[in-house]
Design a protein around this ligand. Structure first.
Ligand code: ATP
Ligand code: MG
Length: 685
C-alpha cells in the first residue's frame, strides 16, 4: 500500500498522469476554480438564541486556540474525567508519532458510561434502537451500563485481556454498542467490520487484525429479507485456515478462540462445539458490575479500516485519550447538544462516523442516540421521516449518497410526516452538491435547521472542518476549520495558496483524535500521510478557499482531471451536472486523449421521471444538453467529452462513488483492490 500511495504524491502524480504538469499558471499542482456558488444562509434568531457557542464565543475560541493551542486542547480535556492527568498535553518527541495526553490514565468507557451512573443521566435514555421489522428497544444509561458490564465479564471469562483484539461483525444492534463498550472497558481493542462485507472482506480483516474473539449475529433484517451472517464467519474462518495451511502454518480456526453469536433473526445456524456460543447463554448469571481497566491515554482503543474509496483499505489505529477529547469537543460544538436531544447519526457502527458520532460521542455527552438496523427505504421511502417523527429526532446526521437517493423520491414522503422536532442537520463522507444541500435544507430542515457539512476522515477520528450552528452557511462549503485545527490549501511545494486557487488540503498541526499509526505498519503511516509535505498531515483531498476563508472540497487528489491545461477537481464538475434536473447522480473521471492529453468524461444516472434513453429522449440530445449545461454553469474550461448513461454507479459499501473503478473500466485496466466495491448497491438490496 505504501507504493500505491507514493503514486499519489503530488509531484509524482502530476508527472505520471499529466504530460504538462504545471500548465496552470506555472504554479505547481494548483487547481482551477470553476464553481461559483453565491447563495448564503444566515443563522435564524431562534438558532442564535439557543446556541451554546455563539459567534462571540467562537471568535474567542479561535483566538485562544491561536495564542495557546495546547492550552486550548487542555481545556477540552478538562471537560472529561481522568484517572490521572497528563504529564504533557502533547508529546511530540517523535513526529509523526504524536502522543496526546502522554502520562495520563483514562478509559473512554468511564466517560461514555460509568460516570453517568453517578449523575442525573443514570435514568436517561442512552440508546433507542429500532429494528427493520419495527421492533424497538430502549436502554437507559444504567441499563446499558449493566449490559456492558455483563458482557465485559463474559469477555474476561473467555480469557480476553488488555491489548487483545475483538472483532465485531454485526449490523446496527444494541449488542453492537454493548460489545464495543465491553471490549474497551476491559482494555481490549475492537475492530468493527461492517455487516455488508462478504466473507472474503471479513477474512482479509481477520488476517490483518488477528482477533482472538469474534462477536457476530445469526442474521439480521435488511430490505424485508433476513441476511444470514454467522455462516459468513464460518466461511471466513475456513478460508483463513486454508490459507494458513497453504503457507505451511498450522492454525486451528485462524487464531479465533471463541465466537459469540447474538440471536436476532431466529436462524438455525451451525454452532461449533467449544468455540461458538450464544450471547444469551454466556450472558446468563453474569454479575452486572465489572471493573473498568485503567488505560494509558496512548493505549490503542480500536482499529478501523477506511472505506477503500481510493485504494486498499488501511487499518487505522486510534487511542483512548486523544480520541475521547477530540470527539467530545467536536460533537458538543458542531451539534451543540442539549439534554433534550435525540441524536440520530445514520452511519453504521462499522464506519468511523458510527464509532465517533453514533456511539462514543453521544454517550460521552450523556445524550440519547438512535440506532436503526435496516434499509432506509424499507418498507417505503418515508421510513427515515417516520422515524424522525416517531422518536422526535432533533439532530439528523447523514451522508450525501442517502440524501441524493431520497431526493429521487421527491417531497411527497417527507411531506407526510411531522419533522418539526428537527433543529440541526449534518452531512459527511463525500462532497455534497449545492443542489442536494439546498434540497435537504429546505425540504427536511424546513429552511430553518442549519445544515452542517462536516469534513473529516477515519484517520482524523473527529470532525476537522465544519461550521457551528451559528455560522453563516454556503451550500457546498465545509466552511472553516474547527477552532484548534490548522488547515490550509497549498501547492505541491507547500506554499499557501491565495483564495480561489485550488490545491492540496493539509493539516499543519496535530490534533487530539488523530490516528496513531496504520495497524502493523508504522512505515506506511509515515509514507502515506506525512511524506508529501514534511511536518504536515496530507489527507489526500484537494480544496480551495474563497474570499471569506471558507473551504470548498474539490475532490480527491487522485481524481484530479486535466482539461486543456487546467487542473480541475471532480466535485465541481459533478456539482454542475447535479444541478441539471435530469441528473440524479454522477461521477466524472479523466481519460487520456491523444490530442489533449486528458479529457473529462461523465457517468450519469438519470432521475426516475426522465423517460428511458432510447424512448422518446435521444441519448445524443441529452448528452449534448448536459455538456452544454456544464459549460454554462462552469465556463469554457469545463468541457466534457462524453456522457455515458448508467442505471447505477460503482460505489463502495459506505455508499461513496468509486471513480477509480469507472476509470479502470473505461481504460480496460486492472480495477485494483475491489474488496470494498458494493456488488449491488447496499441501499437497494
Ligand atoms: P480510502 O481512504 O480507503 O480511500 P475513504 O477516504 O473514503 O476511503 P473515509 O475515511 O471513510 O475513507 O473517508 C474520508 C474521505 O471522505 C475524505 O478524505 C474526503 O475525501 C471524503 N469526505 C469526508 N467528508 C467530506 C465532506 N464533508 N465533504 C467532502 N468530502 C468529504
Ligand atoms: Mg481516505
Amino acid at each position: 500500500t505504501a507504493g500505491q500511495r507514493t503514486a499519489q504524491q503530488p509531484a509524482a502524480k502530476d508527472a505520471t498522469r499529466n504530460a504538462t504538469p504545471n500548465a496552470a499558471g506555472g504554479v505547481c499542482g494548483t487547481l482551477d476554480t470553476l464553481l461559483v456558488e453565491e447563495r448564503v444562509f444566515r443563522p435564524l434568531p431562534r438558532v442564535m438564541a439557543e446556541a451554546t457557542v455563539n459567534p462571540q464565543d467562537a471568535a474567542h475560541a479561535r483566538r485562544r486556540a491561536e495564542q495557546d493551542w495546547l492550552g486550548f486542547w487542555e481545556e477540552a480535556a478538562d471537560e472529561l474525567q481522568w484517572f490521572r492527568k497528563w504529564e504533557t498535553v502533547l508529546d511530540d518527541a517523535e513526529p509523526p508519532f504524536y502522543r496526546w495526553f502522554a502520562g495520563a490514565r483514562c478509559n473512554i468507557v468511564h466517560n461514555a458510561l460509568d460516570r453517568h451512573i453517578e449523575t442525573v443521566n443514570k435514568n436517561r435514555l442512552a440508546l433507542i434502537w429500532e429494528g427493520e421489522p419495527g421492533d424497538t428497544r430502549k436502554l437507559t444509561y444504567f441499563e446499558l451500563y449493566r449490559e456492558v458490564n455483563r458482557f465485559a465479564n463474559v469477555l474476561r471469562g473467555m480469557g480476553v485481556r488488555k491489548g487483545d483484539m475483538v472483532l465485531i461483525y454485526m449490523p446496527s444492534l444494541p449488542e453492537t454498542a454493548i460489545a464495543m463498550l465491553a471490549t474497551v472497558k476491559i482494555g481490549a481493542i475492537h475492530s468493527v467490520v461492517f455487516a455488508g462485507f462478504s466473507s472474503g472482506g471479513l477474512a482479509d480483516r481477520i488476517v490483518d487484525a488477528r482477533p482472538r474473539i469474534i462477536v457476530t449475529v445469526d442474521g439480521f433484517y435488511r430490505n424485508g429479507r433476513v441476511i444470514a451472517l454467522k455462516p459468513l464467519v464460518d466461511d471466513a474462518i475456513s478460508h483463513c485456515r486454508r490459507a494458513a495451511q497453504d503457507r505451511g502454518e498450522a492454525s486451528a480456526d485462524a487464531g479465533i478462540e471463541q465466537v459469540v453469536v447474538v440471536h436476532r433473526a431466529h436462524l438455525d445456524v451451525a454452532m461449533k462445539d467449544g468455540r461458538d456460543h450464544w450471547w444469551h447463554d454466556v450472558m446468563l448469571h453474569q454479575p452486572s458490575e465489572a471493573l473498568t481497566e485503567v488505560m494509558d491515554a496512548t493505549d490503542p482503543l480500536f482499529v478501523l479500516y477506511t472505506s477503500g474509496t481510493t485504494g486498499k483499505p488501511k487499518g487505522i489505529v486510534h487511542s483512548h485519550g486523544g480520541y475521547m477529547v477530540g470527539v467530545h469537543r467536536t460533537l458538543n460544538w458542531v451539534f451543540d447538544l442539549k439534554p433534550t436531544d435525540i441524536f440520530w447519526c445514520t452511519a453504521d457502527p462499522g464506519w468511523i462516523t458510527g464509532h465517533s458520532y453514533a456511539i462514543y460521542g453521544p454517550l460521552m455527552a450523556g445524550t440519547t442516540t438512535l440506532l436503526y438496523e435496516g434499509h432506509p427505504l424499507y418498507p417505503e421511502a418515508g421510513r427515515l421521516w417516520s422515524m424522525v417523527e416517531r422518536w422526535g429526532v432533533t439532530i439528523l446526521y447523514t451522508v450525501p449518497t442517502l440524501i441524493r437517493m431520497l431526493m429521487r423520491f421527491g417531497t411527497q414522503y417527507p411531506a407526510r410526516h411531522d419533522l418539526t422536532t428537527l433543529r440541526l442537520l449534518g452531512t459527511v463522507g463525500e462532497p455534497i452538491s449545492p443542489e442536494a444541500w439546498v434540497w435537504f435544507h429546505k425540504n427536511i430542515g424546513r429552511g430553518q435547521c442549519p445544515l452542517l457539512d462536516t469534513w473529516w476522515q477515519t484517520e482524523t477520528g473527529m470532525i476537522m472542518i465544519a461550521p457551528l450552528p451559528v455560522s453563516l452557511l454556503k451550500p457546498g462549503s465545509v466552511t472553516r476549520p474547527m477552532p484548534g485545527i490548522e488547515a490550509d490549501v497549498v501547492d505541491a511545494k507547500g506554499n499557501s495558496l491565495p483564495p480561489r486557487t485550488g490545491g492540496y488540503l493539509v493539516i499543519k498541526r496535530p490534533w487530539p483524535a488523530m490516528m496513531n499509526t496504520v495497524f502493523n505498519d508504522r512505515q506506511a503511516y509515515e509514507s502515506m500521510y506525512w511524506s508529501q509535505f514534511p511536518g504536515w498531515y496530507f489527507p489526500g483531498d484537494v480544496a480551495r478557499k474563497d474570499d471569506d476563508g471558507y473551504i470548498w472540497i474539490q475532490g480527491r487528489a487522485d481524481d484530479v482531471i486535466m482539461i486543456a491545461g487546467h487542473r480541475v477537481g471532480t466535485a465541481e464538475l459533478e456539482a454542475a451536472l447535479a444541478s441539471h434536473p435530469a441528473v440524479a447522480e454522477c461521477g466524472v473521471i479523466g481519460v487520456p486523449d491523444d490530442i489533449r492529453g486528458e479529457v473529462a468524461k461523465a457517468f450519469v444516472v438519470l432521475h426516475d421521471d426522465v423517460p428511458p434513453i432510447g424512448g422518446f429522449v435521444q441519448a445524443e440530445d441529452l448528452e449534448s444538453e448536459l455538456m452544454e449545461h456544464v459549460r454554462r454553469e462552469l465556463g469554457p474550461v469545463a468541457v466534457l467529452r462524453g456522457v455515458e448513461f448508467r442505471t447505477q454507479l460503482p460505489k463502495n459499501r459506505s455508499g461513496k462513488i468509486m471513480r477509480r473503478i469507472l476509470r479502470a473500466e473505461e481504460l480496460g485496466e486492472d480495477t485494483g483492490d475491489t474488496s470494498t466495491l458494493e456488488e449491488e448497491p447496499f441501499y437497494l438490496r
